[in-house]
Write a protein of this length. Structure first.
Length: 201
């Protein structure tokens, strides 16, 4: 619902909500449809002109979030950017398709935010930073200048990635962690300084 509120704050309208299963809990006054029904040929023909928002941040894992998005992309749907009017995005920053930037977030000069990312409330993506596809920067997280965060990585609330650090794909950074060194793929780290909890391999 937060993504929907961000979209409406930017002047958009909401047609309804899509869920992987038949939805039972949606905000009052909105329509709901299951993913299976929405992707059915007749529904797709009816709704093909409507744009999709990537409001999938509440699912269990970012890998699940991306797999849901890809199911729609394979059917020819396109995800819109959702940029809150109270976010601060540099004119030289690049925001790829399907990314959500919430209120209070900062995306600084020459930052590159890949497709299907979430830059949550009050997150800071500093200058010359690269977020690859599907990265989720949780509320209050900071990615320092020149850092690179690999595809599908999750940056926990209040976590800090220091300048120039390279975080490989599929990493999970715990809330409040301070990452001062490069991370291998699928690492899970926590603490200050961040230490390995385990790898997902």
């Amino acid at each position: 619902m937060v993504t929907a509120e961000t979209w409406m704050a930017a002047g958009g309208n909401i047609l309804g909500f899509i869920d992987r299963l038949e939805p039972t809990h949606v905000p009052k006054g909105f329509k709901a449809v299951s993913e299976q029904r929405f992707l059915a040929p007749r529904s797709r023909a009816t709704l093909r002109e409507h744009r999709l928002l990537f409001g999938l941040g509440s699912v269990d894992a970012d890998s699940t979030r991306l797999s849901v998005a890809h199911a729609f992309i394979l059917k020819g749907f396109v995800f819109d950017n959702v940029l809150h009017p109270m976010s601060n995005i540099s004119s030289t920053a690049q925001i790829a398709q399907g990314t959500v930037v919430f209120a209070g977030a900062i995306v600084a000069a020459n930052a590159q935010v890949g497709p299907l990312c979430i830059v949550n409330h009050n997150a800071i993506i500093d200058h010359d930073t690269v977020l690859e596809k599907g990265v989720h920067a949780a509320p209050g997280s900071i990615v320092g200048g020149g850092a690179v965060v690999g595809q599908g990585s999750m940056i926990g609330s209040g976590a800090v990635i220091m300048q120039g650090v390279r975080v490989a794909r599929g990493c999970t950074i715990g809330a409040g962690a301070v990452v001062i060194r490069d991370l291998d793929p699928d690492s899970r780290v926590a603490g200050n300084p961040a230490r390995q909890i385990r790898s997902t391999h």
